[in-house]
Design a protein around this ligand. Structure first.
Ligand code: ADP
Ligand code: MG
Length: 700
């Protein structure tokens, strides 16, 4: 029975080879199954008719009934358009076509009754409908009984060959009619019963021609649940499997290094959140199972310190650790701060980056191999095959979103038999629903508390007219001895222009603050010049740093308490949040000022308002996901999980996702290998899906 939906689309009545090719090329629809899983993006209630006199341009899609009184062709060649005067008993409206004019002229008839469907828009002082759907009485009668008509995305190319949403709709109805009794259930009966799900067949047919809102809701729920359930089942099955197969090192001892550091070297009290997280990790690394944990915590919440303490724990158990950072600057900074914190303790720390000299590398490789180096800090360079450890027990990855799953996997292979524990740290908080999916195979710890004494950063949004005020403010702060960041956007497509903006900004600043020393940093600079400029700012030799987003991850300058972001409307929310995290590190009250032009989109306005309203990274992440959709959130592309969700929406379907995850967990707890008869259906689908390079048949 499964084969029915696997038939090629060209065998569907009404398709044929030409349309098949187009469907295939434009929408990747190759089989019946691809078509039936091509869901409407919206539904229109087609029971309601309006009178022409009621129409205004703010209306969404509307339906009217009447006749065409006259046609007119206006313009020449490409600019040509066809208009028709369309009337009912209450008035007239203009219909307009820019494409397929000849076809319209041949097919549309004067004084025949049509149902016209479309979106009214303003055109000068008139209202018109562009490219309306036109149906004759006869066509209306042939329509499905459903009240809701599904609308489908089609490409420009398809429309040009007269395959529009309506055509797809017709094909769906044809397919639905011949599919009855031929679509096999894909979830075990016990789940369908327990969760009161609509059957797969009913759902797939209903979703294309729902007769009422209740049916539509049930069908949608079933399909969303299934989609999310299989993703969760997949992730959790891998996790189960990994935990069963991969034994982990046991860090049994809390010994000299950990205790000495904690008692004698730690310059402050750990926050409650840091303590809680250290306990969670401690439990993980002491149970013979490889740890895979994500540590989320806002910028400045003290993640590095947590990582360091776990590395000391590894040392107490005779293991080496590696800390991997996404950029050289950041690796260098970690190296410096960790070396400083451990100053006086007998710990051998090394730094390995792309610019480590060849002869230094050789010494380093030796030290890693014979175990004299206990902590290695570096960039991607440390996952290269030539880097061999004596006994690597722990890998810490900072700023997860820049590493993919594949790179993580590579780290596991550093040891022959037992993979090291992996702690992934990210300062980009992501919404819970997304974490369940992107990081679904990881356990999650959260540092939800900042070290004490930090004053919340005050954020303001200024339009261009308050630049004078901004300059006064900067002047005041400089007089108090505070340093200032001024950040310009960098968008790769227009790098030249961005650089020009930056240089102009630099000129303005040096003119406005003649007696103040200013540093400038951007991505196109030579590394050593950039490094010098950063260093000068860090040392306090320069008071203002004019920069592009290269400072986003990196520099830690506690005395810099003012962050000005120019053209803030051009930044994404998570980037704004990251940038703002550069200030608020010292005892002074910190400020973030978002400068923008007057003309900004509603979405930009929302972003800036959110920044002004809250400092909470998780709240910001939620807003970000709502505004952009989950596919664009950092980390998802590299996550290795296809985000081509057909119907579920991670931004909106959090509850269904949670349910799906819980159910998947229950199923796997009872039957980890999915060997029970009733679960065979699940195992088969996982094996068929084959979307990852994981060998599913090895689960059992
Ligand atoms: P993150 O990596 O989470 O952004 P860091 O680990 O760099 O944050 O910590 C930011 C700053 O806060 C560092 O200067 C660090 O020494 C300091 N810090 C960390 N934990 C505490 C604490 N419990 N109390 C006071 N300061 C702390
Ligand atoms: Mg950090």
């Amino acid at each position: 029975m499964a084969e029915f939906l696997d038939q090629e689309i060209k065998f569907l009545p009404g398709v044929g080879p030409k349309r098949a090719e187009l469907l295939n090329k434009e929408l990747k629809i190759k089989t019946f199954k691809d078509l039936i899983y091509y869901f409407p993006y919206k539904y229109i209630d087609r029971t309601k008719f309006y009178k022409i006199s009621e129409i205004h341009s703010q209306m969404p899609y509307i339906q009217i009934k009447g006749t065409i009184r006259s046609f007119e062709t206006i313009g020449e060649g490409k600019k040509q358009r066809l208009t028709a005067l369309f009337s009912d008993e209450t008035g007239s409206i203009e219909l307009v076509w820019f494409r397929a004019i000849k076809w319209q002229k041949e097919h549309l008839k004067l004084n025949k009754t049509y149902t016209v469907f479309g979106k009214p828009s303003d055109f000068g002082n008139r209202i018109n409908i562009v490219h309306p759907d036109m149906e004759t009485q006869e066509e209306q009668q042939l329509k499905p009984s459903g009240l809701f008509q599904g609308y489908y995305v089609t490409s420009e190319k398809m429309k040009n060959t007269y395959i529009n949403s309506k055509t797809i709709n017709k094909l769906q109805l044809t397919l639905a009619n011949i599919s009855r009794g031929k679509i096999a259930e894909t979830l075990p009966d016990y789940l369908v019963d327990r969760l009161k799900l609509m059957s797969l067949e009913d759902s797939l047919i209903t979703i294309h021609k729902p007769e009422n809102t209740r049916d539509l809701k049930n069908a949608t729920f079933r399909l969303k649940f299934e989609e999310l359930f299989y993703i969760q089942l997949k992730i959790l099955a891998v996790k189960h499997h990994r935990e069963n197969k991969n034994k982990g090192f046991r860090f049994e001892n809390i010994g000299y290094n950990f205790n000495t550091f904690y008692d004698k070297f730690l310059p402050f009290e750990l926050t409650g959140a840091q303590k809680k997280v250290i306990k969670e990790i401690r439990r993980d690394v002491n149970r013979n199972i490889q740890m895979n944990r994500l540590l989320q915590g806002d910028v400045g919440s003290g993640k590095t310190l947590v990582a360091l303490m776990i590395m000391l724990m590894a040392m107490d158990n005779e293991f080496q650790s590696a800390l991997m950072a996404p950029t050289e600057i950041l690796a260098q900074q970690h190296f410096n701060s960790i070396t400083k914190m451990l100053n006086g303790m007998p710990v051998e720390i090394a730094l390995l980056t792309g610019s480590t000299k060849k002869k230094d590398r050789k010494v380093l490789h030796e030290g890693l191999q014979n175990g004299t180096i206990q902590i290695l800090i570096g960039t991607h360079a440390l996952i290269e095959d030539v880097v061999v450890f004596k006994k690597l027990g722990l890998v810490v990855i900072d700023e997860q979103h820049r590493f993919g799953v594949a790179q993580r996997a590579k780290l596991w292979q550093k040891n022959d038999f037992i993979p090291p524990h992996v702690l992934v740290m990210t300062a980009t908080p992501i919404p819970r629903t997304l974490a369940m999916t992107v990081y679904g195979d990881l356990d999650v710890s959260v540092i939800d508390e900042l070290p004490p004494g930090r004053k919340p950063i005050q954020t303001m949004h200024f339009y261009e007219n308050r630049r004078g005020q901004l300059n006064n403010f900067i002047k005041q702060q400089l007089e108090r001895g505070i340093q200032v960041y001024i950040v310009y956007p960098l968008i790769s497509e227009s790098e030249k222009m961005d650089l020009k903006n930056l240089e102009e900004g630099y000129r303005h600043i040096t003119e406005a603050f003649t007696d103040i020393k200013v540093s400038m940093v951007h991505g196109k600079m030579k590394p050593n010049i950039k490094e010098n400029a950063m260093q000068a700012f860090k040392n306090g030799e320069t008071k203002i740093m004019v920069a592009t987003t290269v400072i986003e991850v990196g520099v830690d300058v506690p005395n810099a308490a003012v962050m000005v972001i120019e053209s803030a409307e051009r930044f994404g929310l998570s980037q704004l949040h990251q940038l703002r995290g550069r200030v608020g590190r010292g005892a002074e009250q910190s400020y973030c000022i978002l400068m923008s032009s007057y003309k900004i989109s509603n979405e930009s306005k929302k972003r800036l308002e959110t920044m002004v309203r809250t400092n909470d990274g998780f709240e910001i992440a939620e807003v970000d996901m709502k505004l952009r959709g989950p596919g664009d959130i950092e980390g998802t592309q590299q996550s290795g999980i296809g985000f081509d969700l057909k119907i579920a929406n991670l931004g909106k379907d959090g509850e269904i996702l949670q349910l799906a995850r819980n159910v998947a967990m229950e199923v796997l707890e009872k039957d980890p290998g999915l060997q029970a008869n009733e679960n065979k259906i699940l195992l088969r689908k996982l094996i068929l899906a084959k979307q990852t390079d994981f060998d599913w048949s090895s689960i059992s």
